[in-house]
Design a protein around this ligand. Sequence first.
Ligand code: GLC
Length: 794
Amino acid sequence: MQNSLAIHPDHFRQVQNDGFTDIGSLLDYESGGNTFRLHCQNGEVTAVFYNASTLRVTMNPDGEAELGRNSHVLIPGPEETDVRVEDAEDRLLLETNSMTVVVSKNPCRITLLDRATGKAMAAETERGMMYNARGEVACFKAMDADDHFYGFGEKAGFLDKRGEKMTMWNTDVYAPHNQETDPLYVSVPFFMGLREGKAYGIFFFNTFRTVLNLTGEQEYFFWAEGGQLDYFLFAGPGPKEVIGQYTALTGRIPLPPKWAIGYHQSRYSYQSEAEVRELVASYQQKQIPLDAIHLDIHYMNGYRVFTFDKSRFPAAGRLIRELKEAGIRIVPIVDPGVKADPEYGVFKQGIAQGAFCRKMDGSVFYGQVWPEKSAFPDFSEKDVRRWWGSLHRYYTNLGIEGIWNDMNEPSVFNDSKTMDLDVVHGNDGQPATHRELHNLYGYLMSKATYEGMKEEMDNKRPFVLTRAGYAGIQRYAAVWTGDNRSFWEHLEMSMPMCMNMGLSGIAFCGADVGGFAHDSNGQLLVRWTQLGALMPYFRNHSELKSIRQEPWAFGPAIEALVKRYITLRYQWLPYLYGLFREASLTGIPLMRPLLLEYPQDVNTYNLNDQFMLGSQVLVAPVTRPDTNVRAVYLPVGRWFDYWTDQVLEGGRHVLVQAPLDVLPIYVKEGAILPHVPGRLTTGEPEEELVLHVYLPQPGADAAEYTLYEDDGGSFDYSRGALYEQRITAALSEPLTLDIRAEIICGGYAPSWKRKTIIVHGAPAGLEVKVDGVAAALREPELPGLAGRIAVEWE
Ligand code: GLC
């Protein structure tokens, strides 16, 4: 409950200079390879080049930097890096092959230079680095009038966070999310600054409650209530480079199993085997694609994790097996709270092994969650993670391949909404308070879950979905945005939220389609399904007391549209899968804010209601009720309307018609887009591959695409069992389209029996050559669409 007490003057404290000690002047320094120890008046600053484009800066009032703490979040240690040093009277210049850093001496301040222009980026201001007696630390950086800020993990509100103040403290928020609902479930203290197309990144590697405050005009700061000032500076110089640098440090998504990127249906809760079977029968009878059904808390025996309620699910194993034979996976929810029941095996084991979180006095911390009094595993300990991971054998033995982690902030039904702060985690020999590790709890739970599942799944790829996380969570789990509502505003907000998550390394994310709480309606469900169909993670989920929102819940007309867009997802699967592969290798998200592709274009800097899917496709969903028309910004270039093939000149806003059955999608001239026919599950073999080629301009650079395929479920791809084909298309003469396809890796044989190329924008008389040979026309002109021809591709 909130009333005006929330704004009592005593609750208001700002970070100001008073009480804080500045690090002071640089007195002298020592260097060894890539490490610089800067001895300052009031403490020590350590600067370590992790590689040529990543610098780690730590500040400690008394003594050396602690570089090993919570280091499991980081993937590589520092690499050997050549650093040239220029020691001038007032400053030290540190330069690698891709990064120039100035350390001013009086006072000690750290600034990144843009190498092209010599301009200061991420410059520390007069206030610089500081600490106080309460153990708080802060760092102030200059903000230019043209600076824009993105990332910050899971945050409500708009894309550009300039003017916002954000706290990192994983929190279960059931209240409606709006721009000032902060913090939420996931904490990623990483952001990217963008100025006139140039970008740098900062990862504030501190797991305590932190605040990133961008409300100032000329400076911003990041602050933590404890721990050391410790941040990584990424040199860019473009936004994609920043993401590459950040995810090289904190990891990239594993390639998901294909079924996990199909459509998921959830409800709090499908409460019995009969209900699940009825649900599947409806999907099958209505021929609506489906890959996964989620079981929410009611599947368990009294909310005891790692159990099934025998009366509701008398034969869970058979159900799971039979559904899997039909290509549908069951994903059960697993919360961290273990029911304190002395006759329950998991609780007994946890107590016997000392696996639960303990308070300072050594007693187990108990909190109320769904099973009432519960204990919480201390995931900061390797042994506990292993134990928890191994418990998943219960699920894998039943044939389960995906787990849904929830309530792992951890959420506790008490005033603080979480565990007591005097819980002391073992932390593998480096004991730490819950105040320090709170933000890591969900991340560590999902790590334990992913690793345990992987261990038990015999070379199959596990899928883990989580609500809470920290930087690096992408290595273990997909993230959904928690308890949204069936509000049009939440449909709209899911775009900037997921785009910023993507910029923060979390490429596999999504929001509950149709809205979780509140009552959905037909129109909203159609619009949300349209968007969800092209978001990385696609799950319809709703709450106990809300009206039903399965595809058929609002009558046949709505059902037909929802089905059409779920089917669209399956048609687009090879393109999506290729983007997942790219994200797993580079960190670049599938769902991209336009600024990522067009960082020089100021029109993209706070474009919230449209996104790029990869670099070639622009999606502009409708997010308002009774709205059949919307403005779309098309960046410079020529764009094909996906539905009509109408070509639109970009570099402008256009007003487009979008009746309820239309999701506006634009494909860039020169794009190559693979499709397969819609199927009922991703497990059905892809019989036909259709390569859509959007005619490039004569003389323009060849269109290029890398087609990716593998078995969709095992880790064999990591040992070379994959198929990769590089395809190019160029208009060599005005009427000859030259398509070339080169197999880069043939370690896997795709299932396509027939391959077709459809050329869009084909002028009359266009000849298509594939690898130099004239291709036979399959269909000279596709009905109703001038300029589309289909040719055979052997
Ligand atoms: C939380 C989750 C929600 C789930 C519910 C019951 O509110 O965010 O998705 O349905 O708990 O488990």
